[in-house]
Design a protein around this ligand. Structure first.
Ligand SMILES: *Cc1c(COP(=O)(O)O)cnc(C)c1O
Length: 448
């Protein structure tokens, strides 16, 4: 299940039962390190595959390369109003995806070594996921990673973060096409059964359950840091694939006292519209200042729908099939009501986002990245209870998006060492046409 993205029926994996965190457990987490809490939160999911000691060591190793001792520190934004940032960008690629992918890399390697297996991971990236996956898989036993990106259409920082990694098992394929072309190539390779089996293809995209599991941890540590289990916390989460906020929902289901989960989208607002109208309706992807959220089909939303449909697998597959066919579906009134009970939602356009970046810099001297700014703007607008601390997830370091920050503030954020160090390093990159045969031939050759 770890190595396969999809279940045999084409759907996504979800656990049969969630392990619960009772009040005593939450209380015991106060004062523990991130890795210690992470081990206890996730252990029930990996038992009996792992002994507690082995798993604790693996988790410890996964987070030792983070630049902050707390891994995911809370930073006060406004003490008086109870606004906090949960900084998730202290990992190797300065975005929150490292929190899950650093762990996933270790889980993959352990699984493959135990079974003497090898896999070929292929993925498509418009920026952030690619570098996080590459950092997670570099130099690992039994794994080759081919990451496709649209040539010339990722930012310079994003490209350098991928192409300067000097590891023989990593291939950066710059495709002469768009991100959608890259995604189509990856899908076509997975659909080619013979090719898929020959290379034992695997994926690390955000539908992998292990990523959701790893992301529940920082909801736990943040809530405990702000008074759980004695008092509740609200979270505002910038959303693209519904992965991060879905992890918040799971944390709440596991017993973390979360009084409000706020879903923040940019103008690619399919989920916000569904929340308001009950109609899940595809439209074209619009390029925004928060590119990691420029998504129309939020894969993990399917997991929530499964739950809202009373865990009725066949009903869900029929619904998703209709959605793929027609590009829209209507949620029934009771499903919509359940969705609205669990979340709040709003979207923010680029202009409003830029305004939030300027406002927060004025108020607190903190520079937000555009994704985080969407979450802050929406969080402030729809916060339900001013007495409950509001935690806004800071999903990337502002220095990854210097142009947008400069547009809002008139100056560029300082570059952290990890980014400065990339300048001038040799790049490893192969340019290929937008052509399935050419890409498959390239992979065949490297894998033989
Ligand atoms: C991936 C990403 C998001 C969106 O997260 P989802 O889990 O896809 O909802 C938001 N911000 C940043 C910086 C990201 O890299």
């Amino acid at each position: 299940m770890l190595l396969e993205g999809l279940a045999p029926d084409g759907g996504l994996y979800v656990p049969v039962e969630l392990p619960l965190l009772n009040e005593a457990a939450l209380r015991s987490f106060a004062g523990q390190s991130f890795a210690e809490v992470a081990t206890q939160v996730m252990l029930p999911y990996v038992t009996p595959d792992y002994e507690p000691d082995e798993f604790a060591a693996l988790v410890e190793r996964s987070y030792e390369n983070f630049d902050h001792p707390d891994v995911a520190p809370l930073r006060v934004l406004n003490q008086a109003t109870g606004e906090w940032l949960l900084e998730l960008f202290w990992g190797p690629t300065l975005a929150f995806k490292d929190v899950a992918l650093q762990l996933l890399g270790n889980l993959f390697e352990r699984e493959l070594t135990a079974k003497s297996r090898e896999v070929t991971i292929i993925g498509a990236t418009s920026g952030d996921t690619g570098s996080a996956a590459i950092e997670a898989m570099r130099g690992r036993e039994g794994i080759q990673l081919f990451m496709l990106h649209p040539r010339g259409r990722v930012s310079e920082i994003q490209r350098l973060q991928m192409t300067t990694v000097d590891a023989p098992n990593i291939y950066n394929l710059a495709i002469e096409g768009t991100f959608d072309d890259c995604q189509d190539l990856v899908k076509a390779m997975f659909a080619d059964t013979e090719f898929r089996e020959r290379h034992t293809l695997s994926a690390v995209n955000s539908i992998n359950w292990a990523r959701v599991m790893a992301q529940t941890v920082y909801y736990v540590t943040a809530a405990v840091g702000l008074g759980a289990p004695s008092s509740p916390v609200a979270f505002s989460v910038p959303t693209g694939n519904f992965g991060n906020i879905y992890a918040g929902h799971i944390a709440r289901e596991m017993g973390v006292p979360i009084s409000q989960l706020i879903l923040a989208t940019n103008v690619n607002d399919i989920l916000t519209r569904a929340f308001e109208t009950g109609s899940l309706q595809l439209s074209d992807v619009i390029a925004t200042a928060s590119p990691a959220m420029d998504i129309q089909v939020s894969s993990n939303f399917e997991r929530l729908l499964f739950e809202l449909l009373g865990r009725d697998g066949p009903a869900l597959s029929a619904l998703m099939e209709r959605f793929r066919l027609l590009g829209h579906i209507e949620l029934t009134p009771d499903v919509l009501e359940a969705f609205q009970e669990l979340f709040d939602a709003m979207s923010l356009d680029d202009e409003a986002t830029s305004h939030v970046i300027a406002e927060v810099y004025d108020q607190a001297g903190v520079i937000l990245d555009p994704h985080t700014a969407v979450g802050v703007g929406v969080g402030r607008a729809v916060r339900a209870d001013p007495e409950v601390p509001l935690v806004m997830l800071a999903c990337a370091h502002a220095a990854k998006f210097p142009e947008t920050v400069e547009g809002a503030l008139g100056e560029r954020p300082l570059q952290p060492n990890r980014l400065q160090a990339l300048a001038g390093l040799p790049e490893r990159i192969d340019v290929l046409p937008n052509d399935l045969e050419a890409v498959q031939a390239f992979i065949d050759e490297r894998r033989s």
